[in-house]
Ligand binder design. Structure first.
Ligand code: CMC
Length: 447
């Protein structure tokens, strides 16, 4: 479980001051006993530093590669209970948000902590809509990419380049400046993503249309051509909107950790989002949706599923069942459940994706197989999302871009929270040095 559910919001440090909860530790090296306070189910790693064997000892540290058991921040945005398969944004269950909200409503909730009222919502949508165009020079910059450039590579570089177009973005402590960049980023991500796709197809860019909803506009920029008009199917618009809600935030995952790490140096939000998107690009993270489709295509038919499962098991971690497993969810991923249901609705419009049968068979076998059951490996958000994207007509290489668009609101919410947190400092982990002690330089011809 990655998160402890707070009973009520408290000022940072308040629980520590009042709590009698403590951990008593005896250092067997010295025989000394220490009392370490516990607050919110956590001890502070810095409290271990007082544990020393002598005056020259630096003090005890905790070692936690990959942050398996380390809380890097206090947050009030997203709650996950990985054992129970619970995901909530600002307290609202993901299932309710997916059913009843639009993505932009959810983005507002993540950023500002409350669902918008009608007036706030209309103003918010108007603000985002107003910023959908990108600078023509940014468009020309995208033109410079090779014809087969990966859309994620283009997205990451273009978002990073945006910091040079909006130099005021460096004023990260000015709330008004910050708000403006948030509008720009949420508004322009779909435009950049669609342009990256058009570039890879050798097709002219389609400019945003501000009379359309966020997802209608995105689909139109993807699929309209100068030769033909395009009217997105409302069922597909709804499906995309739900997918965007499900991907909007997921507390301290790899990409968000990158966002907070970079943001902690007070870097501008464009460079920080580019860094977070680079983390998301990896096949173990947001890149998994693309890998799932490659895997299903490689398997090719339902009859080959058992052989593939055998290979994964014998590969002992070398070959993975992509779209399976999660660092936090050890029972089921609530997003995967919603997506699986939605896939059926989408296929009613688009026709059944033939890869679905392979996915269903993989899931059926894996959920009964001891290897996967013992390791608590279940389908994650990426297992079925790619099938929907493919049915909508989006090419495999663009899948992770579709993850990055909505995750931008989550990254920016976490970034804003970081900047407002009086306890936050520049992220700077320690290390256990295992290299040489001091040794003398040897000239090159004596080595
Ligand atoms: N297929 C086969 N074996 C697996 C898989 C998998 N997908 N995932 C984990 N394992 C095995 C792993 O080999 C290890 O076995 P053993 O104990 O024998 O060494 C055990 O399960 C634990 O694995 P781990 O790597 O320690 O687990 P983790 O919590 O560090 O990794 C994960 C989580 C998501 C990176 C991993 O499950 C994985 O690589 N899954 C496939 C990629 C994927 O679908 N990623 C999308 C994650 S959800 C979207 C997002 O938030 O990014």
């Amino acid at each position: 479980m990655g998160t402890v559910e707070a009973k009520k919001p408290e000022a940072p440090g308040a629980a520590t001051a009042e709590s009698r909860d403590a951990l008593t530790l005896t250092d067997q090296r010295t025989g000394k006993t220490y009392e370490i306070p516990i607050a919110d189910g956590t001890i502070r790693a810095i409290d271990l530093r007082q544990i020393k064997t002598g005056p020259d000892d630096f003090g005890l540290m905790s070692y936690d590669p990959a942050f398996l058991n380390t809380a890097s921040c206090k947050s009030r945005i997203t709650f996950i209970d990985g054992e129970k398969g619970i995901l909530r944004y600002r307290g609202y269950p993901i299932e309710q948000l997916a059913e009843k909200c639009t993505y932009l409503e959810v983005a507002y909730l993540l950023l500002y902590g409350e669902l918008p009222n009608r007036k706030q919502y209309d103003e918010w949508v108007q603000r985002i809509t107003y910023h959908t165009m990108i600078h023509e020079s940014l468009k020309k910059l995208m033109d410079a990419f090779n014809y087969d450039a990966h859309p994620m590579g283009m997205l990451i570089s273009t978002v990073a380049a945006m910091s040079t177009f909006y130099p005021e973005a460096h004023q990260v402590h000015d709330v008004d400046v910050r708000t403006k960049q948030i509008h720009r980023l949420i508004a322009k991500m779909p435009t950049i993503a669609a342009f990256a796709y058009k570039h890879s197809m050798g097709m002219p860019y389609v400019y945003p249309r501000n009379d359309l909803s966020y997802c209608e506009n995105f689909l139109t920029m993807l699929f309209k051509t100068p030769a033909e008009d395009y009217k997105p199917n409302p069922a597909l618009v709804k499906a995309l909107d739900v997918l965007f809600i499900l991907h909007a935030d997921h507390e301290q995952n790899c990409g968000t950790n990158a966002m907070r790490g970079i943001g902690s140096a007070h870097t501008d939000p464009y460079s920080s989002v580019a860094g977070a998107a680079a983390a998301l690009y990896g096949p173990l993270h947001g890149g998994a949706n693309e890998e799932v489709l490659k895997m299903l295509t490689e398997i090719g038919s339902v009859s080959k599923v058992p052989a593939f499962i055998k290979e994964v098991k014998e590969g002992k971690g070398e070959k993975r069942l992509m779209g399976f497993g999660h660092r936090v969810y050890k029972n089921f991923d609530p997003r995967a459940k919603i997506i699986k249901r939605m896939a059926e609705q989408v296929f009613e419009v688009t026709g059944r994706n033939p890869l679905l049968d392979i996915a269903l068979e993989l899931e059926r076998i894996a959920l009964q197989d001891d290897y996967f059951v013992k390791r608590k490996l279940y389908p994650n958000v990426d297992f079925y999302s790619g099938l929907i994207y493919q049915a909508i007509g989006i090419p495999t290489a663009a899948f992770t871009v579709l993850f990055a668009i909505p995750r931008t609101s989550g990254w920016l919410s976490q970034w804003g929270e970081l900047l407002e947190d009086p306890e936050e400092k520049i992220a700077r982990p320690r290390q256990i040095y295992l290299g040489y002690g001091e040794r003398n330089f040897v000239p090159i011809d004596k080595r």
